[in-house]
Design a protein around this ligand. Structure first.
Ligand code: XD4
Length: 228
């Protein structure tokens, strides 16, 4: 079972994960704005910018993160931004949004100039996440584990990151055993999703390039975090 400090760590992460949520007024916008590719792109830009802001706030709440070397903090944020935003948007699709909004967001994503060969893996990923029926504690911990990946490019002190990631993995492993006793492989399946998530990095870079060539404008935060 979870020790006292493991329970405290989990509560910290889950509270931080739930505290920083996408503003619900996006749902209204999804309904109101018209459906041109440009309108859809602008909406996605707002969603993405908000997702990255939420990601930065969540990351700062991870115990020990702000004590890491400052350049390593940036390297971890930039290195995990795509995976963490897709992981969170996958959860948005799986349940967070009121029914019907997920379909609207999907519709706008499909009609925003993203090429089909990226749309397919993106929605395959969403499907594979929703099939897991993850508890919110698992979602929050899996996101923290993704952010605290030691072998991101330019991370200098990888051991310091491992020391933060390991306790998260221990809690996640125990939690999976507690919440899915009938499925001993569940923890391994969760980590397998992180491998699938990494493949989206490549597609995401291509998506950004295709938008840039069509002269779509990004927000400063998205340019900063994704080097565009
Ligand atoms: C630079 C830039 C990036 C995105 C993006 O990654 O969007 C992703 C597509 C959907 C899946 C994850 C996204 C953040 C999403 C929920 C909008 C959207 C607009 C934009 N100007």
């Amino acid at each position: 079972e979870l020790t006292k400090e493991q329970q405290a760590l989990m509560k910290l992460i889950v509270d931080a994960y739930n505290k920083h949520q996408i503003p619900q007024d996006f749902a209204k916008k999804l309904l109101q704005e018209q459906y041109s590719a440009d309108e859809n792109f602008l909406l996605l830009t707002e969603v993405a910018t908000s997702q990255v802001q939420v990601l930065v706030e969540f990351t700062k709440s991870i115990p020990g993160f702000l004590s890491l070397d400052h350049e390593d903090q940036i390297a971890l944020l930039k290195g995990s931004a795509v995976e963490a935003t897709y992981l969170r948007s996958a959860q948005v699709f799986s349940k967070k949004m009121p029914t019907g909004y997920a379909q609207l967001l999907e519709e706008r994503i499909r009609k925003s100039g993203i090429s089909q060969d990226f749309i397919t893996p993106m929605f395959n990923f969403y499907k594979s996440i929703s099939e897991l029926h993850m508890a919110q504690e698992e979602q929050a911990l899996l996101t923290a584990v993704t952010i605290l990946t030691p072998d991101r490019p330019y991370v200098k002190d990888q051991q310091a990151v491992e020391r933060l990631q390991e306790p998260m993995l221990d809690v996640l492993r125990k939690l999976c055993a507690l919440q899915h006793p009938q499925e001993p492989q569940y923890f391994a399946r969760l980590l397998g999703r992180l491998t699938e998530l990494r493949t989206l990095n490549h597609f995401h870079a291509e998506m950004l390039t295709s938008w840039r060539t069509d002269d779509h404008k990004f927000t400063p935060l998205l340019c900063e975090i994704w080097d565009v």
